[in-house]
Design a protein around this ligand. Structure first.
Ligand code: COA
Length: 329
């Protein structure tokens, strides 16, 4: 069983942050950022909560689908930058869009979140005949969790949201989800939880570095880079092997948008020409779980990806997680 994307939508904040803007507070320059990452600018959420960006993307996806919000049976939101620990972002969006019949939960697989959520949706649709439509919303306000004094990390990320309405179909479909928790401490941000004064204190090394700005994103860029250049090809190859398709059957690859050099290396390892890879990181940076659906949405909007085309969504991220979906748009 496969899935059909009925509608897709996106939202990015109005405020742009160019590479030159970073020169105001860190020692960097446009040339370094462009040549090392491929990023020129990214968006930054000022007043917009992450749930609000997700809601706007969801409304566009629902509008394009031609369904009523009350026909949605399940909402899955993905985010590493939720506005609240609880309630879930999906419950807030459920109320905001009037999807009163939708069960709602959040899923955190970091930048692989959309791939994980789409596959979760396909499994719900496969096992529950009463479920017609699933809404997936990926929304990230990473700028609120960045250390703007850490020049190797803060220049990489941007804010934005994208959403898709999916239904079951008999189109081609395969997926592969994976994780390697041994790399968890190479990319992380702590929650802001603090033990009360009456709690028993004891030295405890949890394996994650403790810094003053403890909820900011901390990254070992080189370790993540090495993981990513193998994870992206593996995500495709493992999903492809399950249904006996090859790279040559694919019209487009929509990879996680982290770094152009990672995408180029993955393309080379797969033996796929780079022009078969959709790239939006130059103007959005890395928007974590929103990056794959944002790229897909843009490729559909500008006519690159058309109905009937075979596409591969391949992602990696903190966790460390990775995964791929092969499907027909
Ligand atoms: N501007 C100018 N110079 C910078 C800089 C910046 N923004 N950031 C780092 N540098 C400097 C470093 O201080 C270092 O200087 P030194 O040689 O004098 O010590 C030099 O540039 C090289 O730094 P390095 O960290 O070796 O660069 P790199 O080529 O490994 O690139 C990343 C760094 C972060 C771009 C790269 O490792 C990467 O993309 N990793 C993967 C990150 C990722 O994908 N994360 C998302 C996962 S979902």
């Amino acid at each position: 069983m496969g899935i059909n994307i009925l509608g897709i939508g996106s939202y990015v904040p109005e405020q742009k942050l160019t590479n030159d803007d970073f020169k105001k507070f860190i020692d960097t320059n446009d040339e370094w950022i462009r040549t090392r990452t491929g990023i020129t600018e990214r968006r930054m959420a000022g007043w917009e909560p992450a749930w609000y960006m997700g809601k706007q993307a969801a409304l566009e996806a629902i509008g394009q689908s031609g369904i009523n919000p009350d026909e949605i049976g399940l909402i899955i939101c993905t985010s590493v930058t939720s506005d609240f620990l609880t309630p879930s972002m999906s419950c807030i969006i459920q109320n905001e869009i009037g999807a009163k019949n939708a069960a709602s939960f959040d899923l955190n697989a970091a930048c692989s979140g959309f791939v994980y959520a789409l596959d979760t949706a396909s499994r719900f649709l496969d096992t529950d005949p009463s479920l017609k439509y699933v809404l997936i919303v990926a929304s990230e306000a990473l700028s609120r969790f960045l250390d703007f004094e850490d020049r190797t990390t803060c220049i990489l990320f941007g804010d934005g949201a994208a959403a898709a309405v999916v239904e079951r179909s008999d189109k081609m479909y395969s997926s592969y989800l994976a994780a390697d928790g041994s790399g968890a401490s190479s990319l992380y941000a702590r929650s802001l939880s603090v033990a009360p004064e009456i709690a028993v204190e004891k030295e405890f090394d949890d394996g994650f570095e403790v810094k003053d700005n403890m909820h900011r994103l901390i990254q070992d860029g080189k370790t993540v880079y090495k993981f990513a250049v193998n994870a992206l090809p593996a995500a495709f190859e493992q999903a492809a092997a399950k249904i006996g398709v090859s790279k040559d059957d694919m019209d487009f690859f929509i990879p996680h948008q982290a770094n152009m050099r990672i995408i180029e290396t993955a393309a080379k390892k797969l033996g796929v020409p780079i022009d078969k890879f959709v790239v939006t990181l130059d103007h959005y940076g890395n928007t974590s779980s929103a990056s794959i659906p944002l790229a897909l949405c843009e490729a559909i909007r500008n006519g690159t990806v058309k109905k009937g085309m075979k596409i591969a969504l391949i992602g990696f991220g903190a966790g460390l997680t990775y995964g791929g979906i092969i499907m027909e748009y």
